[in-house]
Structure formats: structure tokens, C-alpha cells
Design a binder for this molecule. Structure first.
Ligand code: 4AD
Ligand code: MG
Length: 432
């Protein structure tokens, strides 16, 4: 194909020029003398205006045949037009139909979520879903930039693993020839090895949790960003996290204003997200809950309503630090002054979006790590390589994991994480 195509996102560079765009018809209205084509090419939207008295009869007829999601090459002159949404219009001079679509399943009327999920492969073409995926892509870009600018190396941990990282209750089991294998729940343990080799590292990959929870915050397959830093303690770990999250927000506000408008997101709330973030201890959080009528015992984990109640006190994310050692992962370093709590933090997003980051300083002492292995009944054979990290040049180190989809849900202001990922894997959904 030799024709030179332009993209709708670039029309501002072609004012009064004639361009050809490969696109789909999103919607159409006609007055009998003028047809208004709402066109989309993935990069944006533009209105094509076809004036009967100005075009050849074939062009008028081709435009008249177009149905929702028909594909075409449209040729026209770009006009600046302050009345139209994008600020530009296309004065159509040519229409070349690629395919006429009939019976498109997603009409402009309202559909239920289950129906839309069955047609997820088409649903992503709608303006709202497109906006979410564009914001997601920008968040990913910001994440990579943040770490690149700070001298972190990207390291890819394995997806198929011989053992668990975050407990055994939600592991996805599979066969690895004659052995048992599990889909990774977190790359952290491998990232600890990588930090000892490269200093400051981060991973960005899919993680899997066979969680039987059907909530608006849980996916079976989700993407996690896991930095790990040698010679970094608890306090600096929190500083990196608050800078990281404010950097992402700033980048989305700067580059995705149009998309946030489509999503009707209240951006004034996002503009307040600047470091430092408030920090409260687990103890303080428990006191707050008890004083506000929640039944809660020290040593329990917070549920979604607890997190939401705590977060409601702040206009930015809040760190809950120093959790009971008993309910946190085996690798977290106890507070030297108070070993019943660990040097960890969960970052809770505002507006009820819940935990977006879990992180901690890691145990660096080989004897304590061995003790934890015994207490948690972990196999020393399976994790021999991990114990080696405490044997050969062990150093203080810390890291954290940011859940991408919960971050997208919060920034886009969505009710449910299922719309934050192109093809969500949910408790009862593996299709499409
Ligand atoms: O708190 P989690 O379980 O922490 C870890 O896996 C650590 N190993 C990370 C580390 O220190 N390197 O998970 C981290 C984040 C959560 O805060 C949440 O944002 C997200 O991952 N997450 C989920 N997101 C969607 N669906 C699920 N089922 C999730 N489980 C965790
Ligand atoms: Mg967690």
C-alpha cells in the first residue's frame, strides 16, 4: 500500500492541507444536505463534514452507506474549527470504503457490564475505554522514566517459579514437565538477588494470584512494578515511594488532560497529590478505627472498609507503617526497638481506592532469616539460593510493589479494576 496516511492526533500540523486518514466510523448524523461523520483512528477523533453540493455523487453515496464501525480511508481538507470538540474538522472530498459493518454488537445505547465484558475485544474501541488505556500507557511511560532518571536497571524475574513469595494460599499451580511449578505472585525474591548484583533495580511484569475474592480491587492476573534497592532502609524506601507516585500523577495530568476529561475525572483531587505523604503507624490506625466505632483487635488485617475510613482523613495517599510481624510476610525486617512490628508500609490511596503499594525493609541477618524459615515452615532446599543472598555479602535493603491496575483505577476514578486492563482475568472470566 503506497498511500501516505495522516493520524488524527497530528491534524493540527496540517491546517488547510488535504490529508488521507485510515479510520472507522464512530457515529453519524445527516441533515439531508450535509453528513457529519464522527471518525476515529485510535489516535483521536475528528468530525468529517460531507457537503452534498460540493462532492462528487459517489463520495456522497459512499458516506451515506457508512454504518457504525465501518472502516474507510477518508480524504479531506483540515479546517480549524473552534466549535468542534477537538478544535478541527475535516472537509471531506473523498471516501474509500474498506468494509461496511453490519450488526455491530455495541450500539450507542446502554449495555450491561457482563455483556460488555463478553465483547471486551470491541468494547475497548469506545471513547471511555480508549481513554483508560491511553492513561494506562502514560502511567507505564512515567514509571519507566522515573526509574531511568534515577539510575535503576530494569530486570525481568521469571514467571514460572518453583516456590511462593507471598504465601501459598493463592498460588497458581502448573506442571513443569515432571516437576511442579507456580505462576509468579511477585518477583521480589529474585529482585533481591538482582539488587545485590546491580544496586538499584526494578521489575515490571505480570503477576498471578488465584484469589477467590470477587471484589472491585482484585484481579487474578495483574501487573506489578517492583523496585529493590541495596543499602536503603525503611525511611528512604517511603521517600522513593511518595516521589514515585507523585511523579506518575504529575505526568498523567500533563499528558492526558483530554482523556481525564472524557473520564470526567475531578483533576483538582489529583493535583493535590504531592510528596511528602502522611505516615501513621498501624497502632495509630487501630486507635483511630476503635475511636470511630469499628470493632477491631490489634493483630488483625485491615479490610477494605477500614482502609477507606483511614484514607478519608487525608487528601493524598497515606502510609500505614509498622505492622504486626505475625500478619506480614516472612522476609520483613523487625523494628529493632520493637520486634513485634516490622519495618514495612502499605500505601493507601485516597477516595477509597485502597492499598496500591506494599513494601518493606528486608531481613538481612542470616540467622534471623533461618529462624523465619522454620517458623513459616518454608523449605530451605527450595529457597537455598535466596538464603545465599544473606550469606554472601548481605546488606540492608528495601523494596516495594506497586499494583498497576489499582493505580490506573484511582487515577482514572473508576469503580472497578476490570476496566483498567485490556483483557481482565477475573474470578469467573477467562474470555475473551
Ligand atoms: O502487597 P503485595 O502482596 O506485595 C508484594 O507482593 C511484595 N512482594 C511487593 C514487594 O515488596 N516487592 O502486592 C503489592 C501490590 C498491592 O499493594 C496491590 O496494589 C497489588 O500489588 N495487588 C493486586 N492488584 C490487583 N489484584 C490483586 N489480586 C492484587 N494483589 C496485590
Ligand atoms: Mg499487601
Amino acid at each position: 500500500m503506497s498511500r501516505k496516511l495522516s493520524m488524527i492526533r497530528d491534524v493540527d500540523k496540517h491546517i488547510n492541507d488535504t490529508v488521507t486518514i485510515g479510520c472507522w466510523l464512530h457515529n453519524k448524523r445527516s441533515s439531508g444536505k450535509i453528513q457529519f461523520l464522527q471518525l476515529r483512528d485510535g489516535s483521536g477523533y475528528i468530525q468529517g463534514v460531507v457537503v452534498k453540493s460540493e462532492v462528487a455523487p459517489e463520495v456522497w453515496e459512499a458516506a451515506a452507506k457508512l454504518t457504525q464501525e465501518s472502516s474507510l480511508y477518508v480524504t479531506g481538507t483540515v479546517r480549524e474549527d473552534t466549535r468542534s470538540k477537538g478544535g478541527f474538522e475535516l472537509n471531506v472530498t473523498g471516501v474509500e470504503i474498506i468494509q461496511i459493518t453490519s450488526d455491530y454488537p455495541i450500539t450507542p445505547k446502554e449495555h450491561g457490564v457482563d455483556y460488555l465484558m463478553d465483547y471486551r475485544h470491541l468494547w475497548i474501541r469506545t471513547p471511555r475505554q480508549r481513554a483508560i488505556l491511553v492513561v494506562r500507557a502514560q502511567i507505564i511511560r512515567a514509571i519507566q522514566q522515573f526509574f531511568d532518571e534515577r539510575g535503576f536497571q530494569l530486570v525481568d524475574p521469571p514467571i514460572l517459579t518453583p516456590s511462593s513469595c507471598e504465601g501459598t494460599t493463592n498460588l497458581f499451580h502448573t506442571k513443569y514437565f515432571d516437576e511442579d511449578a507456580y505462576l509468579t505472585q511477585s518477583g521480589q525474591l529474585y529482585m533481591e538477588a538482582a539488587a545485590m548484583a546491580l544496586g538499584r533495580v526494578y521489575s515490571f511484569g505480570p503477576t498471578f494470584r488465584a484469589e477467590k475474592s470477587k471484589t472491585r480491587r482484585h484481579l487474578i492476573e495483574f501487573w506489578m512494578i517492583e523496585p529493590e534497592m541495596a543499602f536503603v532502609g525503611h525511611e528512604e524506601n517511603l521517600e522513593v515511594q511518595e516521589q514515585f507516585v507523585s511523579y506518575i500523577i504529575e505526568s498523567v495530568l500533563k499528558h492526558c488532560a483530554k482523556e481525564l476529561e472524557v473520564l470526567e475525572r475531578d483533576v483538582t483531587k489529583l493535583a493535590k497529590i504531592t510528596a511528602p505523604f502522611p505516615r501513621i503507624t498501624y497502632d495509630e490506625a487501630v486507635d483511630f478505627l476503635k475511636a470511630n466505632g469499628h470493632e477491631f483487635e490489634w493483630g488483625e488485617d485491615f479490610g477494605a472498609p477500614h482502609e477507606t475510613a483511614i484514607a478519608a482523613n487525608y487528601d493524598r495517599p497515606v502510609f500505614i507503617t509498622h505492622w504486626p510481624t505475625e500478619i506480614k510476610a516472612f522476609y520483613m525486617k523487625p523494628d529493632p526497638n520493637r520486634p513485634e512490628v516490622v519495618l514495612c508500609a502499605d500505601m493507601i490511596a485516597p477516595e477509597g481506592y485502597g492499598e496500591i503499594i506494599g513494601g518493606s525493609q528486608r531481613i538481612d541477618d542470616p540467622e534471623l532469616m533461618e529462624e523465619r524459615f522454620t517458623e513459616h515452615e518454608l523449605s530451605k532446599e527450595a529457597y537455598q539460593w535466596y538464603l545465599d543472598l544473606r550469606k554472601y555479602g548481605s546488606v540492608p535493603h528495601s523494596g516495594f510493589g506497586l499494583g498497576l491496575e489499582r493505580t490506573v483505577a484511582w487515577i482514572c476514578g473508576l469503580d472497578h479494576v476490570r476496566e483498567t486492563i485490556p483483557f481482565p482475568r477475573l474470578l469467573y472470566r477467562l474470555y475473551p
